[in-house]
Design a protein around this ligand. Structure first.
Ligand code: PGA
Length: 265
């Protein structure tokens, strides 16, 4: 299973900054990298990114999408509109949206189903708060989020991002052993619920992933990728994280030596 390393820009970058970033990233990534990369710009840069990434090895993602096809939903962008731009992945249920914008488990479920309906792969974010972890309720919370979002079944390709809320944007990642344990529980749940089809779901870790620690997560047996916020805002840093997904520990700006054979140029 090819790992998916995703750059969630959140509310960052002007059009010019987005253009510079994508140009630099495309210079770094070889034509057929052994790890899949995807970039999730703000909506203002989505159309530009769609043009720049078309035919490239970097996939286009969206940070959010509304489940209705169209209508009176001021400020929203639909999955239908995203599909029209060639968006391949959409983040559903990010903790910032659950917390700041009050997104419920039911609304997240509607997004996941709509993404599939328009041929987009949802990245379903799940994760507990620090209080929930301290209270020994981490799995209970994650299981509730999974059950709600997938209540009506697994109707298409899926990525699950395990993102402990307390690790997002704090500079303090989870312990790799805790991420591995949670990923194993998620995998077991998927297999119990969906049988063989549960095997094809990729599980990412997210929360303060940096080039320095990416290998600790990406080498875990049950982790097949990372959802990266802050450290993805620089193309070189994002590329170094992606390189960690194929086994080498990032060492300096150019990445590990043994990766040279598949680097461009
Ligand atoms: P972070 O964000 O890498 O800045 O912690 C991760 C995320 O929110 O997906």
């Amino acid at each position: 299973m090819r790992a998916l390393v995703a750059a969630n820009w959140k509310m960052h970058k002007t059009l010019k900054e987005a253009e510079d970033y994508l140009r630099r990233l495309l210079e770094l990534v070889p034509p057929d990298p052994p790890v899949e990369l995807a970039v999730f710009p703000s909506f203002t840069a989505l159309s530009l990114a769609s043009e720049m990434l078309s035919g490239s090895p970097v996939a286009l993602g969206a940070q959010n999408g509304h489940p209705e096809r169209e209508g009176a939903f001021t400020g929203e962008v639909s999955m239908h509109q995203l599909a029209d731009l060639g968006v391949r992945y959409v983040i559903c249920g990010h903790s910032e949206r659950r917390r700041i914008f009050g997104e419920t488990d039911e609304f997240v479920a509607a997004k996941v189903r709509a993404a599939w309906a328009y041929g987009i792969t949802p990245i379903l974010c799940v994760g507990e708060t620090l209080e929930e972890r301290r209270a020994g309720k981490a799995w209970e919370v994650v299981e509730r989020q999974l059950s709600a979002a997938l209540e009506q079944g697994l109707s298409g390709p899926l990525v699950i991002a395990y993102e402990p809320v307390w690790a997002i944007g704090t500079g303090v990642p989870a312990q790799p052993k805790d991420a591995q344990e949670m990923a194993r529980m998620i995998r077991t749940w998927l297999l119990e619920r969906f049988g063989e089809r549960g095997k094809a779901v990729r599980i990412q870790y997210g929360g303060s992933v940096k080039p320095e620690n990416a290998g600790d997560f990406l080498r875990l047996p049950e982790i097949q990728g990372a959802l990266v916020g802050g450290a993805s805002l620089d193309p070189q840093s994002f590329w170094r994280i992606a390189q960690a997904a194929i086994g080498g520990k990032p060492s300096g700006e150019d990445g590990p030596l043994k990766l040279q054979r598949w680097r461009r140029g």
